[in-house]
Design a protein around this ligand. Structure first.
Ligand code: DOR
Length: 433
């Protein structure tokens, strides 16, 4: 940790779940917000270090429910440190690290190891635990032991839990633990061998497809299991019109489900795969335009709770393979906010709800993350210029990998400063360590 100093975030427009106001924000050296109000920079803020927020929005820092940090086992692609730097540069103050590491995070010892790495990270790293041992879908992992260490989200992400009985037992086990189960919805027997969405483009390209139903059937099943057990389920990276329709109907009937969507599922279509460039290979796969439109409508209509990056770094060697042999996944942390601001026709506050306070609540971080920006709260803050236009380059940013599908894309909205527990980890768009 670098030294924290008292500072003032001056001249910005504060937006949080309580509304919008022009205000300076005073941050104490202990990492808390001391005061929020107009004219503080010239008053009690005098003599403090100033972070310029003129023309910018000051908001509760973003929270990513779905980040692959690759440590342990995948350090060539990413580390907790490099991934957390990318997160901070993208405006994220907290990320939930997925457990599909090598080995998987399926025990208290593995949780401790990644938590330890997280202590030196540039943002808060929340560790997700696996639902089943080795994410193999057979035996339940010791969720209680992991929950005792603070784990709040469990998922076999990368795999869905295939067996209905195992998933039922996992939900029953979770009900006593104050944790949330998150599901990567994909029926293996339908998806096996598939490399992209099954449809017109997979036929044209001769690439084996994954039908939308591989996702939708598991969403349906888990709605039913959530109803049966009375335990909430969180759906990860939903990508089809059918999935959001099932989610909407489930909500209306009172089932406690929540869901996230990844930026690539509202900004790219399966037609991108026509280049045979494995940068566009991701799981769930990119879908056709009607699915993208349905996901966008669900975001605007409040059916989806969160935008989560599914930041999935892979080395250039791995992604340079032929499409069918390359691993799925794309970078997301440094582009998510700007993609949402640029591509979604939504008020800024609604975009922030999807990227900050709603995911903070789902992750069980509502006490410390997601705002409001108010005296006494931890200073997990993001300052961004909503009008700044920039072009994504192909460097991959702070990630150790470069597999961004957005190279060359012009985006609006740029992170200027990120404060994590009062520490300015990004100033003027530059990571401070
Ligand atoms: O595209 C994906 N990449 N989807 C997943 O479910 C896993 C992820 C990864 O770990 O690379």
């Amino acid at each position: 940790m670098t030294e924290r100093a008292a500072l003032v975030v001056a001249g910005g427009t504060v937006i949080d779940a309580t509304g919008e106001r022009v205000a300076d924000v005073i941050v104490e050296a202990d990492g808390h917000v001391a005061a929020v109000g107009e004219g503080l920079a010239e008053g009690s803020g005098l003599g403090r270090r100033t972070l310029d927020a003129r023309g910018c929005i000051v908001a509760p820092g973003l929270v990513d429910l779905h980040t692959h940090l690759r440590q342990p086992g995948g350090e060539q692609a990413e580390t907790v440190e490099s991934g957390s730097r990318a997160a901070a540069l993208g405006g994220f103050c907290a990320v939930v690290a997925m457990p599909n590491t090598v080995p998987a995070i399926d025990s208290a010892a593995m949780v401790r190891e990644v938590q330890e790495l997280g202590r030196a990270a540039l943002c808060r790293v929340e560790v997700a635990g696996a639902i089943t041992v080795a994410r193999a879908g057979e035996r339940l992992a010791p969720m209680a032991e992991m929950a005792a260490l603070g784990v709040r989200i469990f998922t076999d992400d990368g795999n869905g839990v295939q067996d209905d009985g195992v998933m039922r037992r996992a939900l029953e086990y979770a009900s006593d633990l104050d944790v949330r189960l998150a599901q990567h919805c994909e029926v293996d027997s339908l998806a096996d061998g598939g490399q992209m969405h099954e449809g017109e483009w997979s036929s044209r390209l001769g690439i084996p497809g994954i039908p939308a139903e591989a996702e939708e059937i598991m969403v349906m099943r888990d709605v039913a299991l959530s109803r049966l057990t009375g335990v909430p389920v969180h759906f990860q990276h939903l990508s089809t019109a059918g999935s959001v329709a099932i989610l909407d109907a489930a909500r209306r009937s009172g089932v406690a489900v929540s869901a996230e969507v990844a930026p690539h599922h509202f900004t790219l279509t399966d037609e991108c795969c026509a280049s045979y460039d494995a940068t566009f290979k991701v799981n769930p796969p990119l879908r056709p335009e009607p699915d993208v439109a349905a996901v966008r409508a669900a975001l605007a209509g409040g059916v989806l709770d969160a935008i989560a990056t599914d930041h999935a770094p892979h080395t250039a060697d791995a992604k340079d393979r032929p499409f069918e042999q390359a691993p799925p996944g794309m970078l997301g942390l440094e582009t998510a906010l700007a993609l949402a601001l640029t591509e979604l026709d939504m008020p800024v506050a609604d975009v922030l709800a999807l990227l900050s306070w709603q995911p903070a609540r789902i992750a069980g971080l509502g006490d410390t993350h997601g705002g409001p920006v108010a005296a006494g709260r931890p200073a997990n803050l993001l300052v961004f210029d909503p009008e700044a236009v920039w072009t994504v380059d192909d460097s991959g940013g702070a990630s150790r990998s470069r597999n961004t599908p957005y190279a060359g894309r012009r985006l609006r909205g740029r992170v200027r400063h990120t404060l994590v527990a009062g520490e300015p980890v990004v100033i003027d768009g530059e990571a401070q360590r």
